[in-house]
Design a protein around this ligand. Structure first.
Ligand code: NMX
Ligand code: MLT
Length: 468
């Protein structure tokens, strides 16, 4: 805390924040929340200065084609938590995945980062100490209680419902616990939005493993549930509540929860959470909306599609280990049927996803001879040249979803429809730390301009000015 106090004093001395604000902060907040506000106050001042000086600088041009093609390549958002490079992949606050694996605190005897540490990094912008990470683990443990009506709401859905349907339904049922919604209804000062959003975000993240595990056990394990273990970290406890006690599965969960957490701001789940949040919808509403986007097969559902596709290939070829030639033929068949090869391609990346590589490394260490994992590696050698030869696919390389399912199957988690729920639990870390930033930076409601094709035609004829 000494370092924090020094930072507060510096800001006060520079008259960047007032003493009364500091007192208010110190009285009301826990260590991390306190530090977040200090960082955010400094960022707010920096951004204001930056806009004052450079606000009119052009950041790019927009072509007509881009507005018909998913706004690809248009820079239109600020997301502080991570940045995606087309060649190198994701960096979280400047750190690559191998750097996170090296620098973030780990569980005792573990060698994968604890996602609690990544959350701290995304929120605060600095690497956490072990103490910071332990603090987050204990805060999330303390706040993890899920009210019974959430389970009852999930139970009201037929057992055949998709796990993602159960998951977002559960999150929506949990919205009754939104302090932001309650306080806003009473009349909330704008200045306090960020504080309640932060608390709601911490509550929601803390509760997600319980909801996810409940769905898994309800749908696939005879509705027999496992109580949380208060001594475990966030991911370890998730593994435990799902019924997986193997230490290396817990390590996989820590890696999984870390690498799926964030992928800058333009992807469907992050952008949707941000967009819905910009209407001052609380974290429950915003996150549920984002996860409905993650449930699409071109986005997070691709992890289930990959394993489904491989299982179907194995069945059709009547082998657990198809040859590369058999894989190539099956890929051609998939393409001829007008389907995508799941797990391949990306809207921004133009190289193998480092999240794929991190999982491949995990596979080499923990299960080098697993037939399914080996098939994933054979697919990796077979698919890119085929996709490249089509000439239209901008990125023939694998994304995160091409690998994740095979590692889960190794430990016995064959229920692939559940995989996107795991992706969702992880994605909460990125989209909710971002939402805290949106609130504290007081970002306005998002409202881009749209046009009709009729208006575009008039504009081309010089008859109508459609741009604002
Ligand atoms: N298999 C077959 N065709 C593909 C693939 C693929 N894996 N990837 C792209 N294409 C097609 C795409 O459908 C489009 O065809 P058309 O012009 O006939 O409409 C053409 O190639 C050009 O698409 P791109 O510009 O390369 O890709 P885009 O940015 O539009 O889409 C994805 C990106 C990720 C949606 C796309 O690559 C895809 O559908 N991949 C398979 C699904 C997948 O793995 N999604 C997971 C993404 C990661 N995540 O977790 O969210
Ligand atoms: C993600 O993790 O969100 C996906 O890779 C999709 C994307 O970045 O567009």
């Amino acid at each position: 805390m000494n370092e924090n106090k020094l930072k507060i004093n510096t800001l006060v001395y520079q008259q960047k924040i007032s003493l009364s604000t500091v007192n208010y902060q110190l009285k009301k907040m826990g260590i991390i929340k306190d530090l977040f506000k200090i960082k955010a106050d400094a960022a707010n001042i920096e951004i204001k200065d930056l806009l004052k000086e450079h606000g009119n600088k052009k950041i790019g041009e927009v072509t007509l084609a881009q507005i018909y093609q998913g706004m690809r390549g248009i820079t239109g958002l600020v997301t502080e938590t991570s940045l995606l490079d087309t060649q190198e992949g994701i960096r979280f606050r400047g750190y690559t995945i191998p750097e996170l694996q090296q620098k973030l605190p780990k569980a005792p005897d573990g060698d994968q980062p604890l996602p609690e540490g990544l959350f701290y990094l995304m929120l605060i912008g600095e690497l956490p100490t072990e103490e910071d990470v332990n603090h987050i683990t204990s805060v999330w443990q303390r706040r993890s209680h899920v009210p019974n009506h959430v389970f009852a709401t999930i139970d009201a859905l037929p057992i055949t419902a998709h796990p993602m349907t159960m998951f977002v339904t559960g999150v929506m049922a949990l919205q009754t616990e939104s302090n932001f919604a309650k306080e806003y209804a009473k009349g909330l000062n704008k200045k306090d939005y960020w504080s309640i959003t932060y608390d709601d975000a911490m509550d929601l993240i803390a509760r997600l493993p319980r909801i996810a595990a409940y769905i898994y056990r309800r749908k696939y394990k005879n509705n027999e549930h496992i109580q949380p273990n208060g001594l475990l970290d966030w991911s370890g406890n998730l593994a435990h509540m799902m019924g997986y006690e193997d230490e290396s599965f817990k390590e996989l969960m820590r890696l999984y929860m870390t690498i799926h957490a964030d992928h800058e701001g333009g992807n469907v789940s992050a952008h949707t959470t941000h967009l819905v949040g910009s209407a001052l919808s609380d974290v429950y509403l915003s996150y549920a909306a984002g996860m409905n986007g993650l449930a699409g097969p071109l986005h997070g559902l691709a992890n289930q599609e990959v394993i489904k596709w491989i299982f179907e290939m194995q069945k059709e070829l009547d082998t657990q280990s198809p040859t590369k030639q058999q894989i190539a033929n099956y890929v051609q068949k998939t393409l001829t049927a007008g389907k995508v090869v799941p797990g391949y391609g990306h809207a921004v990346l133009r190289k193998t996803d480092p999240r794929f590589t991190a999982q491949m490394e995990f596979g080499k260490k923990h299960m080098p001879n697993d037939p399914l994992v080996n098939t994933v590696w054979n697919i990796y050698e077979t698919v890119p040249p085929i996709l490249q030869s089509l000439g239209k696919i901008k990125n023939p390389w694998p994304n995160v979803d091409a690998h994740s399912g095979s590692l889960l199957v190794h430990y016995g988690m064959v229920e692939y429809e559940f995989y996107t729920v795991l992706f969702s639990v992880s994605r909460a870390l990125g989209v909710l730390s971002s939402l805290c930033w949106d609130r504290v930076l007081n970002f306005p409601i998002e409202r881009p301009k749209s046009v009709t094709t009729a208006a575009v035609k008039l504009w081309l004829e010089g008859k109508e000015e459609i741009w604002e």
